[in-house]
Design a protein around this ligand. Structure first.
Ligand code: SAM
Length: 288
């Protein structure tokens, strides 16, 4: 069954009475080059477990099943279960879980599904409406996964992979950088999907570091500070932090001056070390 052939896909979907849901980000891949490239980029083997989010009609799932030892896919839309039963009937190393990826206990899912695997990776063409929450959940829950290869909207991918201290950097780039090494693997045009979305996409890789590079005094405080620094992008980092964290400007000026950081700097010019130093110093002065 050729799942890249538009007529075949239409026939299967019609047979199961399926209609696309925009709200669930249902744009299915029909470009035959993309899924094999994503699957091969994992460098997986028979001991690798792959967790997929949103299999749709199973185009990527089929490729993942080819390269990995075990594939588990989480699909929210129960209407797709009978479709997947038909399209993936040949894959014997596969399990589909019906549920919302943001509500499931992923640690438990990984434990249950991949106990015989030596490594676990996440691979998906993510529904765009939950890109950041999914990626942040995967990173912050410190799941036993070693990499994430996902397709996301182009602008989101550029932001996620932006270097800290660069123009495109935002709070989400700081968070990604904290846990992982990131790279953009390749571009995917809007014509690669059915139905075609209004935006282009990119496939990105987040390689999760085994050993933590950064150690702020208080991780939660550091992430709050970073979000606040970027929350008013037209303002200086100092003003943005002061306005959104309710810290007096005098206190912040003292910390910035002590650290030799320009009082007028914008958040996107701050380095990871500087963000950590500001967070740590604010905590230290709060204790005194
Ligand atoms: N992997 C398929 C492909 O590449 O053609 C489909 C990708 S489509 C962009 C996103 C998929 O995620 C859809 O099948 C949609 O139903 C599913 N989805 C949306 N929200 C979800 C959620 N919260 N949890 C799990 N799956 C979800």
């Amino acid at each position: 069954m050729n799942l890249y052939d538009v007529e075949t896909v239409k026939r299967i979907l019609a047979k199961h009475g399926f209609t696309f849901s925009k709200a669930l980000g249902q744009n299915f891949l029909i470009n035959p080059d993309v899924c094999p490239k994503m699957a091969d980029s994992l460098l997986a083997n028979s001991e690798t477990g792959v967790l997929e989010i949103g299999p749709g009609i199973g185009v990527l799932t089929k490729e993942l099943s080819r390269v990995a030892g075990k594939v588990t896919a989480i699909e929210l839309d129960s209407r797709l279960l009978s479709v997947l039963d038909e399209t993936l009937s040949q894959c014997d190393n596969l399990n589909i879980i019906q549920g919302d990826v943001l509500k499931l206990d992923l640690k438990q899912v990984i434990e249950n599904e991949f106990s015989n695997c030596s490594s676990v990776k996440v691979c998906a063409n993510l529904p765009y409406y939950i890109t950041s929450p999914v990626i942040m959940t995967l990173l912050e829950s410190r799941l036993p996964i070693d990499e994430i290869v996902v397709m996301v909207q182009k602008e989101a991918g550029e932001r996620l992979c932006a270097e800290v201290g660069s123009r495109q950097c935002g709070a989400v780039s700081v968070a990604v950088n904290y846990y992982a090494d990131s790279e953009i693997l390749f571009n995917v045009g809007r014509d690669s999907f059915m139905p075609s979305p209004k935006v282009d996409s990119v496939v990105i890789r987040l390689k999760i570091r085994k050993n933590q590079l950064y150690s702020p005094l208080d991780e939660k405080h550091f992430f709050t500070l970073s979000k606040c620094a970027f929350s008013q992008r037209r303002k200086t980092a100092l003003n943005s932090i002061s306005n959104t964290m309710g810290i007096s400007k005098e206190k912040l000026i003292a910390v910035f001056d002590k650290l030799n950081i320009d009082r007028n700097v914008r958040a996107e010019k701050l380095t990871m070390q500087e963000l950590i130093q500001i967070s740590d110093n604010l905590l230290e002065t709060a204790v005194k």
